[in-house]
Design a protein around this ligand. Structure first.
Ligand code: G6P
Ligand code: MG
Length: 218
């Protein structure tokens, strides 16, 4: 029997929290006189809270004291949590549940690999927590994507070799992390942005059970 490790990013893959991160970061940036574009926002996807704020401050050519830095991270998260608290299962992205159920029925190993420290509460909100055998989130890693640490820990917990793992990711940094980890990278989003992935699909509706089976049989 073939058993592969399927590792899912959360934000922008399972649920569209990327839009909430964007809103919360832009609110915060605007409050300190910085603005950024949707293109720049692509560089924040998959990137830790600390790294995101560092990037935004660099775009605005701003240096601040550490105490203010901590306060801004806290404020951004409070704002973000207001969006998160309203979430329910209707926010699961199309066909994510079908893909998870297909893999579970096929006895595949399934983990979450997210940079977010809010990953567990979000999975609880949308009622998907029980689908994941292992969860690696922003509380478990010391190095942010594009470092492969989050996915390598996931593979280890699943007890599957990295070469036998498949990663679903919507971010440039996450695809890079999966590639460095020697895993099969599947980009969820646009080919223009995620061209460095092994495969790219607009969303899970384009990922057939036959394709999933071909990954399992490889
Ligand atoms: C994900 C998102 C990023 C976010 C990071 C940390 O990777 O794509 O945009 O900055 O998680 O999330 P957190 O919920 O801990 O602030
Ligand atoms: Mg993501």
């Amino acid at each position: 029997m073939n058993k592969k490790g399927f590792i899912f990013d959360l934000d922008g893959v399972i649920v569209d929290t990327a839009k909430y991160h964007f809103l919360a970061w832009r609110n915060l940036a605007n409050s300190i006189g910085i603005d950024f574009t949707h293109e720049q926002n692509e560089q924040l996807k998959g990137v830790s809270r600390i790294k995101s704020l560092e990037k935004i401050l660099a775009w605005g050519n701003k240096t601040i004291l550490d105490t203010e830095f901590q306060q801004l991270m806290h404020d951004k998260n409070e704002d973000y949590l207001q969006y998160i608290n309203k979430m329910d299962a209707s926010e699961i992205l199309p066909d994510v549940s079908r893909v998870l159920d297909f893999l579970i029925e096929g006895n595949q190993a399934i983990a979450l690999g997210s940079a977010s420290k809010n990953a567990r509460p979000i999975l609880e909100k949308v009622d998907l927590l029980s689908k994941f055998e292992e969860i690696v989130d922003g509380n478990d890693v010391t190095k942010a994507k594009p470092d492969p640490e989050v996915f390598l820990i996931g593979a280890k917990l699943l007890n599957i070799n990295p070469e036998d793992c498949i990663v679903f990711e919507d971010s440039v940094a996450g695809i890079e992390a999966a590639n460095v980890a020697n895993m099969i990278s599947i980009g969820i989003g646009s080919k223009n942005v995620l061209g460095h992935a092994n495969h790219v699909f607009k969303d899970f509706t384009e990922i057939s059970n036959e394709f999933l089976q071909s990954l399992i049989d490889k």
